[in-house]
Ligand binder design. Sequence first.
Ligand code: SF4
Length: 443
Amino acid sequence: MQTREVKVGNVIIGGGHPIVVQSMCNTRTSDIDASVAQCKRLYEAGAGLIRLTVPTLDDVQALAAVRERLRECGIDTPLVADVHFSSEIAIAAAETVEKVRINPGNFHKDFDRAKEQFARLVKVCKEHGTAIRIGLNHGSLGDRITTLYGNTSLAMKEAAMEWLGLCEENDFHDVVVSLKASNTIVMVEAYRLLARAMEERGMAYPLHLGVTEAGNGDSGRIKSAAGISALLSEGIGDTIRVSLTEDPVNEIPVAQYLADRYGHRLHSSMVSLNIEGGKATAVYEAPSRERFMLDMACDFGKMLLDRKIDDVEFRGSYRAADGSEIRLDGSEEAAYFSDELLQAARRRFYKPEYVACPGCGRTMYNLEETFNEVKRRTSHLKGMVIAVMGCIVNGPGEMADADWGYVGEGGHKVTIYRKKTPVLKHIPENEAIDRLLELIEGN
Ligand code: SF4
């Protein structure tokens, strides 16, 4: 898909330029020292764009200070302000940094008012040469659009086309769009629908890809690689973020692998493949465990998502960190990777499905530690969808399909959700996992 170029500071997204790898700080933006330090680590790791959350107008000042400190150190990586709900904050941020990420639908409940506020933002962006990302996540589309189209990939596409239409009416074209979901099928379908709709309307805005709330560890990496690679392999996608509930620096090598592979600078370590009766048997000679994991997710994620195959078996080997050869043939680890990939593509569920946000400056508690503890204590609940979300502002909306949600309120308190309904509020953090388990077992 040939997209138009969108200039974000000194970086160009789209127009055939290399895929831009990006990440987001999980520091409080108001903690300027911590934010500058994390931006530096992300820059050193290779991030091409760095996003920071901007929950209040005061954080716009902090963002400006972070930017200034980075520029003083010779770091000119463009910064992106992540803004929700407030057009005033988005406008102030648009005067400060190179790009603003918004979900314009949540500017106002009334669509006409939201459109007016969006038009004001566009005007400021035009004056300052600031780009916009229209970031519409599955689960945070708003009532108007979901009443019309359901909470579906079609709704995501329709919402994006509506806002892109408004950009065009305002003669504004420095726009990137994302349609993220934690469900890989919904995510891939939404981007495909949008790519087709833009083509039909003669639009070619760059796309920012991501599987949101992908979790952590192997599962987060496999889920992200499967979803993102399915699209990159079709030429869809100009910039990517791999969202992990970990140190954001860990996201960069995974995203860089995807950028390199689909920028034709890297090949799979698979050496042979046989497909028979819907089952793929693949032999690898991988230089590392990480590489094998990402290779196999890219080689078979799309085939599983598109139901071209139903199962996959891994053979061959990868090199361990000490250089020894780890054989996959018939091993428990090979079966584990097959299970993980099938679950990432939503073809077979062998454990609970976890939805966990990566955390950001709004995070209300130690997300990584809590998520790992929730995983440890709920690992027997196969087939259930359990969400662990950092904040009450965006968490409930974004955990879309979860059966249960653990959402940080702030002040060391947690709200537990059953589907979309808060069932226990203001639970002290140190009791919340017990209470969640009691509720699940009671159901
Ligand atoms: S849900 Fe998580 S990533 Fe999203 S705004 Fe809240 S803390 Fe940040």
